[in-house]
Design a protein around this ligand. Structure first.
Ligand code: GLY
Length: 354
């Protein structure tokens, strides 16, 4: 077996991220001997969508059962429309029906939706039980599962309900990425490009060559952990992780979620770079370095949506407050900057794509 790499995230508590091939099949022993030493749980409720459960639940269950845990499964229909309060409430019911107590554990197996819902349910069940993240998409491995943001959509918007609540460990098995359709895999690449631009230029180099997913994930998680360690609750520095996301969230909303989060982030990154150049924050031709990666992975460079609609959607974003919007712009690779822009100027930001 190849070596397991680990990283430590220091949020409201410290936890480890384990990255290694076939970890889903072998993690039981690590959890028992390294992670869940104090007050070991008896029962584990796995939260997983209907697409991922047939692929990986049996391997994970065997590994956890062999380590002495009793394992249950809660499945929900895959898709963003099921990331709602109804599913959240059903997870909590499943925990109660299977008699989990406050020493027991939740486990998220799957993409960002499973992770966000499971984390939120864990933060609420009996006023908070521990949980683990087992991300199975590139996007979840390098972003959603790292950093302790939990969430659920409501009638009024995406992720309007949520908490900061860290898992006890994140277990990443890169073998799961081999079952991903190319389009879903590429969505994660958009987040990797973001880390390359804001924090680690080596990631951009890796993406242009032949690479091992475990190495890419390690580098991206390391980049993200640096922000979380300094600012878990997003009062300052963590906001930089929103690079490309002001436009991305507006694009998702205006397209009625027909454009995926990853492709919206890809387009949002280009908007942020072009605007940084237009307003003189950035004097370099950053697109020359970025576009070959976009071509290699089929990433979207513009959503082609009306700027006034995008500006209106951005004003309703949960991150917009007061008179201004914090935009993350870029001076050069690894030199991000947060700029306050008056809300009425937001349309200029979106017009750079015209
Ligand atoms: N996805 C951005 C963050 O975790 O802060």
């Amino acid at each position: 077996m190849r070596k397991i790499k680990t990283l430590t995230v220091k949020a409201e508590k410290k936890y480890k991220v384990y990255i290694g091939e076939n970890l889903l099949k072998t993690c039981g022993k690590i959890l028992k001997t390294e992670v869940l030493i104090k007050k070991p749980p008896r029962r584990i409720l796995t939260v997983c969508d209907s697409r991922v459960a047939p692929l990986y639940f049996d391997s994970l269950k065997k590994s956890l059962t062999d380590a002495g845990f009793e394992v249950f499964l809660f499945t929900f229909e895959s898709g963003e429309e099921h990331k709602n309060v109804d599913t959240l409430s059903k997870i909590i019911d499943a925990a109660a029906q299977n008699r989990l107590d406050r020493h027991d554990l939740f486990a998220a197996l799957g993409g960002g939706t499973a992770g966000d819902l499971c984390g939120l349910a864990a933060s609420l069940y009996m006023r908070g039980v521990r949980y683990l993240q087992f991300p199975t998409t590139l996007l979840a491995c390098i972003d959603a599962a790292i950093g302790g943001k939990t969430a659920c959509n409501t009638t009024y918007g995406k992720n309007l309900m949520g908490s900061f609540y860290s898992p006890d460990a994140v277990i990443i098995d890169p073998v799961t990425l081999t079952s991903l359709p190319q389009e879903i895999y590429s969505q994660g690449i958009a987040e990797a490009v973001k880390y390359g631009i804001i924090s680690d230029r080596k990631i951009l180099k890796i993406l242009l060559g032949d690479f091992d997913n475990a190495d890419l994930i390690y580098r991206c998680v390391k980049a993200k952990a640096r922000f979380i360690n300094k600012d878990f609750t997003e009062k300052g520095e963590r906001k930089i992780l929103n690079f490309g996301h002001t436009a991305a969230h507006a694009i998702e909303k205006v397209s009625n979620y027909q454009i995926s989060h990853g492709q919206a982030v890809a387009a949002g990154i280009i908007t942020a770079i072009k605007y940084s150049e237009k307003c003189g924050v950035c004097g370099k031709d950053l697109l020359r370095d970025i576009m070959p990666i976009y071509h290699k992975f089929g990433l979207c460079d513009s959503a082609g949506l009306p700027p006034c609609d995008l500006a209106a959607a951005a004003l309703c974003d949960k991150k917009s407050c007061g008179e201004n919007v914090d935009l993350v712009l870029i001076k050069d690779i690894c030199r991000p900057v947060i700029v306050k822009v008056k809300k009425e100027r937001l349309k200029d930001f979106f017009e750079v794509d015209l």
